[in-house]
Design a protein around this ligand. Sequence first.
Ligand SMILES: Cc1cc2nc3c(=O)[nH]c(=O)nc-3n(C[C@H](O)[C@H](O)[C@H](O)COP(=O)(O)OP(=O)(O)OC[C@H]3O[C@@H](n4cnc5c(N)ncnc54)[C@H](O)[C@@H]3O)c2cc1C
Length: 494
Amino acid sequence: MTEQTRDCRKAANTEYDAIIVGGGIYGVTLALEAGRRGLKTLLLEKGDFGEYTSFNSLKIVHGGLRYLQSLDLPRFKESITERSWFLRHFPRRVEPLPCLMPLYGRGMKRPAVFKIALWLNHLLSLERNKGLDANRVLPMGGIASIDETKKIFPLVNPKGLQGSALWYDACMPDSQLLIMDLLQYACETGTTALNYCQVTSITTGGGGGVKGVVATDRTTGENLEFRATTVINSCGPWSPETISGLLGEEKALYQPSLAWNVSFNRPSLSDHALAVQGPASGSRILFVTPWKGRIFAGCGHEPWLRNPEKPMPNEQQMNTFIGEVNDAVPGLKLGLSDVHRVFAGLLPTVEKGSNVLTKREVIIDHGAKGGPAGLYSIGGIKFTTARLVAEKIWGMVGGKNPAFLSKPAPMPVVRQSFYESGPMTTEAIAKLKAEDPTIVHLDDLLLRRSTLYEDADHNEMQRVAIALGLEEPEIAEEIARCTPKLQHLALEQK
Ligand SMILES: Cc1cc2nc3c(=O)[nH]c(=O)nc-3n(C[C@H](O)[C@H](O)[C@H](O)COP(=O)(O)OP(=O)(O)OC[C@H]3O[C@@H](n4cnc5c(N)ncnc54)[C@H](O)[C@@H]3O)c2cc1C
């Protein structure tokens, strides 16, 4: 835990091979892949690691079945490889997810078509289970009969049902702890990771190449300069803003749209993730997955033109979304009062004000476009493929600077972790706080280094705050800071 730190001054006195700006899944996997290549890397995060978009995914590690539909085989293969990577190296955090799509014979959604698609899915991913623990293996999938479908998904709309497509994907119920495990391993391989350290400018040297960044330690207000001749901007929705002082507007990088998932205070509908669609033509496919015993549904999706800090659907958008879920699962009758938590974030689109998603990640070598040499930006689109994108970026950097080209060290199977899911005693909280200097705020522990946020109420926040050693008025301040982050809409409305 030594280099997951808050020692900003020590980092400012060190020369790094590379600085990564932004500690979401893209920044963390960049750090991991840099560490595996023996690079000395500094990761700077303005809030806490994984706090924003990466916290709010649907928690599916996608195998890319949908890319088969458009015959996008490169994307399909990439997704399969990355899903296997996660299942192999993080078996405590990533597990198989059986999926079911009821079929009504509409368009291509016919059992005969899916039989071929699932067979292709199997044939093109024969290597998918290589090196996996037996309980992480993904079976072949196939067509389930009408009776089998009803057994798996009792609330399925029976009208016109012809059976269902059944396949296997993967999920990461505690994605926040997966990010922490990835970060911990990156730190073990030589990364220094600082949270609450906001980059305010990128500095350049005499030759026009990058020299480093200036950042503010948000816990003290101190401005510090950090040095490296390679800087990767992996700020997700903030990535255009991070480089705008130096390069102006970079339209291709990231134009945000709002996306969200909702957990409901209702028991999950099935132990399978359900891909469901309302009967009206033009209805979207929604995923209704089982998450910690609850219904977890996504994704709502709308254009977004406001700042990236607090993306959240409004009440009308939530009602429309809930209506879509109810249309797709007759008899469910969810309402706004059933909402347990909203997980909202931003996703990149093809143009400003649109909600048409970008199909591929965007990687920009600013030096090659007349900007400072050594500066790169990434606009990522999936949690699942972040590590692969990191590999691509280090390959790109290595093309210019052979020092970055060393062969990555083998990746271990990570079976132990500093962070645990489930309840935590007061003593366990105090111990974690003593061992992890990056726990600055109550929400750092509650939301990202444990699973306590799932059912946290005011009393639990108070208990954890006291266990962290806080006293009044800090306890009240931290609870006030944490409450909106819990995104506990159902409670707020009462
Ligand atoms: C609703 C929803 C559902 C999704 N579901 C899935 C899914 O099931 N499976 C999947 O694979 N993908 C999914 N995704 C996509 C996936 O979550 C994102 O692609 C991924 O999390 C993006 O990660 P990121 O690191 O680019 O961005 P972020 O996680 O936003 O990280 C960027 C970081 O940069 C930091 N930062 C910004 N400015 C600065 C600065 N100046 N200095 C320092 N730090 C800074 C921010 O604080 C932030 O932590 C989903 C996304 C959404 C929104």
